[in-house]
Design a protein around this ligand. Structure first.
Ligand code: FFO
Ligand code: GTP
Ligand code: MG
Length: 450
């Protein structure tokens, strides 16, 4: 249990209808009783019920009029006594109430500190704490679904289930350490291997969702490329719904890459508009831009190649794609309003950024490619993050090593060593870690007041 009491403004700073200030810790109710005055002091209010109260400075000047809700630990978000004040959402009024609360003797909370306390007080495991932030940052329906799945404990439960499968294996192997004259019998060995195989299969199934997790959290990197002046920036603007990038009839308008996140059929896309590619350029800046475009193509999840439909393929310089990138590419015949020249493949999407036609067909094509043949193929809504991925990869490596040691008839001490490391990595997924730094790194990326 934490010994000090923390406070933060939990809502976004700015002018809004309401603002919520949150206090958590052993002194929460006492502090609230000092700052907020209502029909009864905060220490005597019915928990989880909204009560009218006004906020006052230490010398009795009224700052605001709002609602107070008290939660008695452990039945609260953090597991400690919590008081919430719901006041008017003005910048100054909220700041003044917050200062009055701090003056009453609490400490300003750091980023993620409320959720960190919820974790430390056993209200949630580490994967659930991480999911709180994923939920807040989700920019698409699918990302939201994965965050809810994780918040519900899906990943933590699987990590614990794998521990349950492994612990008997370790117990067995350790039993042999005490009886050096006995060898592990073939039957026992086979049963232990079967358990380790199960762990490997299930760990790899989770590792395979890592790619999906990256895309859901950061968006599928979608690079718009093509020759200068074909309408790449126009496409970015059409998909975004506002004029983000400069569009002009001059070839070579876009010099640097521009990134924006959009959602297409629930899929988050990180759109990247690039400098047009042409074979020869004498302009230094343009060359640097083109180099950048090539680098973007290397790490693209999805490539939207734009060509001028009114020109025949023979008069078009197609983009040279990195190896294997073909299957991630959608060919867009833009300026279809000027007519489509013969020779373009039938499956290419006909588009006019000017007339706004073909955009729905493009969105369909993106959905098809990303969901049915690409990185979000899995129906499984679970999507691990990179920290989980590192842990599960360690699990897989150590269990593979333990299996090999067992098969090679090595001493049980060796086998046990890898099994213990595997178990340790599983524990780290849910936050059984003794290194405080790891926790600090995770929670410092949260918002204040969360
Ligand atoms: N006003 C307000 N809204 C909020 C939060 C909050 O803290 N305050 N939350 C904060 O992020 C989220 C909701 N999450 C919460 C999770 C647990 C408990 C809670 O009181 N848990 C107790 C009691 C459980 C119960 O009765 O269902 C417990 O776990 O023991 C409260 C909020 C989103 N909305
Ligand atoms: N007729 C027609 N013109 C278009 C269409 N889309 C874009 N344009 C025009 O094509 C010109 C170039 O458009 P941009 O979007 O700036 O092209 P870009 O590919 O980003 O060009 P760079 O940044 O220079 O590589 C502008 O004059 C646009 O108005 C379209 O669908 N039909
Ligand atoms: Mg451009």
């Amino acid at each position: 249990m934490m010994h000090d009491t923390i406070a933060a403004i939990s809502t976004a700073l700015g002018e809004a209808a309401l603002a919520v200030l949150r206090i958590s810790g052993p002194e929460a109710l006492k502090v609230a009783a000092k700052v907020f005055a209502g029909r009864a002091p905060a220490t005597e209010l019915t928990p989880r019920m909204a009560h009218r109260a006004s906020a006052k400075t230490a010398d009795g000047i009224t700052l605001d009029d709002g609602l107070l809700i008290c939660f008695r630990g452990p039945a609260s978000y953090t597991g400690e006594d919590v008081v919430e004040y719901h006041g008017h959402g003005g910048l100054l009024v909220t700041q003044k109430v917050y200062e009055a609360v701090l003056a009453a003797g609490v400490r300003a909370a750091g980023p993620g500190e409320f959720t960190q306390r919820a974790f430390l007080n056993g209200k949630m495991d580490l994967t659930q704490a991480e999911a709180v932030m994923d939920l807040i940052q989700a920019q698409s329906t699918l990302a939201l679904r994965a965050a809810h799945e994780q918040l519900g404990g899906a990943i933590g439960k699987e990590a614990l289930a794998l521990k349950e499968v492994l612990i008997p294996v370790l117990a067995h192997v350790e039993a042999y350490i005490d009886f050096p004259e006995e060898d592990i019998s073939p039957d026992t060995g086979a049963a232990l291997i079967a358990r380790m195989d199960e762990v490997l299969i299930r760990a790899r199934r989770l590792i395979d969702t890592g790619e999906q997790g990256r895309i859901l959290r950061h968006g599928a990197r979608t690079v718009i490329c093509g020759e200068p002046n074909v309408g790449k920036s126009s496409l970015l603007n059409v998909l975004l719904g506002f004029e983000r990038a400069i569009v002009s009839p001059t070839a070579g308008t876009t010099r640097d890459t521009i990134e924006e996140v959009i959602q297409v059929h629930g899929i988050p896309l990180r759109l990247v508009d690039t400098a047009g590619l042409r074979e020869h350029s004498s302009d230094g800046i343009e060359k640097v831009g083109m180099e950048r475009t090539r680098r973007e193509l290397e790490r693209a999840d999805l490539i939207l190649e734009v060509v001028d439909a009114s020109l025949p393929p023979a008069q078009t310089h197609r983009v040279e794609l990195p190896e294997g990138a073909e299957k991630r590419r959608i060919l867009l015949l833009n300026k279809a309003d000027l007519g489509v020249a013969p020779g373009w493949p039938g499956e290419a999407v006909r588009l006019s950024c000017e007339a706004g036609t073909g955009v729905e067909a493009l969105r369909e094509a993106i959905r098809e490619l990303v969901l049915h043949s690409g990185p979000l193929m899995s129906e499984h809504p679970v999507a691990i993050n990179s920290r989980h991925q590192v842990c599960f990869e360690r699990v897989a490596a150590h269990i593979t090593a333990a299996k090999a040691a067992l098969n090679a008839g090595q001493a049980p001490e060796y086998i046990a060593l890898d099994l213990r490391e595997g178990l340790q990595a599983l524990g780290e997924v849910v936050g059984v870690v003794d290194v405080e730094e790891v926790l600090d790194v995770i929670f410092s990326s949260f918002c204040i007041g969360k």
